[in-house]
Design a binder for this molecule. Structure first.
Ligand code: VTB
Ligand code: MG
Ligand code: MG
Length: 327
């Protein structure tokens, strides 16, 4: 993929973030999500790719656009064909309540290289580059924690696990407490959390738990760019998820397979971009400034070179044509 795409594509998540950040704390997660979707979709119509959404707004969030199979971008040339995975507002609940860690996010890779995960759940484990090769989703919580502690040259009591605060994680949390590590619970947004393991200064050493499968593929794109490790397994949590999996060809046999990082994202030529909507572990959220301006913080990663760029941008809102069209 063209290296300049990495710089071009940041406008897409910036627009989604700018559009949805207005809804912070307003208690309306659907409106915030819709604004992000509209903004992202509009911004895509200015990008020179021939993109197909393979991970989109599925039934989990019930958003009508950027659906799976939708074509985005201005190009027709087959050599510009890419797969796109989006979550225009990852953490709709977070924005509705004004809580931290909401991001606008997308991943892009050559056609056929992003896993077409069902819009159900995925069991996940992720670590940063130093603990690569030490984890196995099939092993016990204790074994994984011990292996990561050893790889990071840390005592167990100094290791930090981050896991979503859900009833379904009761067992993992119990085992981790017995093992003796520190545990940081979060309410929503496991893309940001999985990625945080790859940045030492976040203090997060390992991420585990069951969250959205689409979010799993998106996080894997970033982890691939940064040389960390992630594994997953499709888990239909509820009865209706099972039917949905079957409908999409995710049979019981197919679901039983452990998904490696290469299964989730098979190309090294992957792009990942995220813009903070509310303040988070890695990115600051949108702030509004005097004179109709707003500031965004984004991260752009390129797998082929491993370059990670933080983009700190000030937008003049009344001159931003994409935003004006969206509002
Ligand atoms: C997961 C997680 C996301 O929503 O999809 C979660 O991956 C939904 O889980 O990051 P519940 O059904 O238990 O709420 C997020 O937290 C936000 O989209
Ligand atoms: Mg979403
Ligand atoms: Mg989400």
């Amino acid at each position: 993929m063209d290296r300049n795409l990495a710089l071009e594509i940041v406008r897409v998540t910036e627009t989604a973030a700018l559009a949805s950040a207005r809804y912070m704390g307003r208690g309306d997660k659907e409106a915030a999500d819709q604004a992000a979707v509209d903004g992202m979709r509009k911004a895509f119509s200015h990008v020179s790719i021939k993109g197909t959404v393979v991970i989109g707004e599925g039934e989990l969030d019930e958003a009508p656009m950027l659906y799976i199979g939708e074509e985005v971008g201005t190009c027709k040339e087959l050599d510009k064909e890419v797969d796109i995975a989006v979550d225009p507002l990852e953490g709709t609940n977070l924005i509705a309540k004004g809580l931290p860690n909401a991001i606008a996010v997308l991943a892009m890779a050559p056609k056929g290289t992003l896993l077409h995960a069902p819009d159900t759940y995925m069991k996940k484990i992720a670590v940063g580059p130093k603990a690569k090769g030490c984890i196995n989703l099939e092993d016990s919580v204790e074994k994984n924690l011990k292996a990561v502690a050893k790889a990071l040259n840390k005592e167990m009591q100094d290791l930090t696990l981050m896991i979503q605060d859900r009833e379904r994680h009761k067992e993992i949390i119990k085992e981790a407490r017995i093992a003796g590590c520190r545990i940081k619970l979060f309410s929503d947004g496991d893309v940001a959390t999985a990625i945080a393991t790859c940045f030492e200064d976040t203090g997060i050493d390992i991420f585990m738990g069951i969250g959205g499968a689409p979010e799993g593929v998106i996080a894997a794109a970033a982890i691939k760019c940064m040389g960390g490790e992630m594994q997953g397994k499709i888990i239909p949590l509820y009865e209706e998820d099972k039917a949905r999996c079957e409908e999409l060809g995710w049979t019981k046999e197919k679901r039983a397979k452990l998904l490696t990082l290469d299964d989730l994202v098979s190309s090294d030529d992957v792009l990942f971009v995220a813009t903070g909507v509310s303040d988070g572990e890695l990115l600051k959220g949108v702030t509004y400034l005097e004179n109709n301006r707003a500031r965004t913080h984004s991260v752009v990663m390129r797998g082929s070179t491993g370059t990670i760029r933080f983009v700190d941008a000030i937008h003049k809102l009344d001159k931003n044509d994409i935003l004006i069209e969206t509002m």
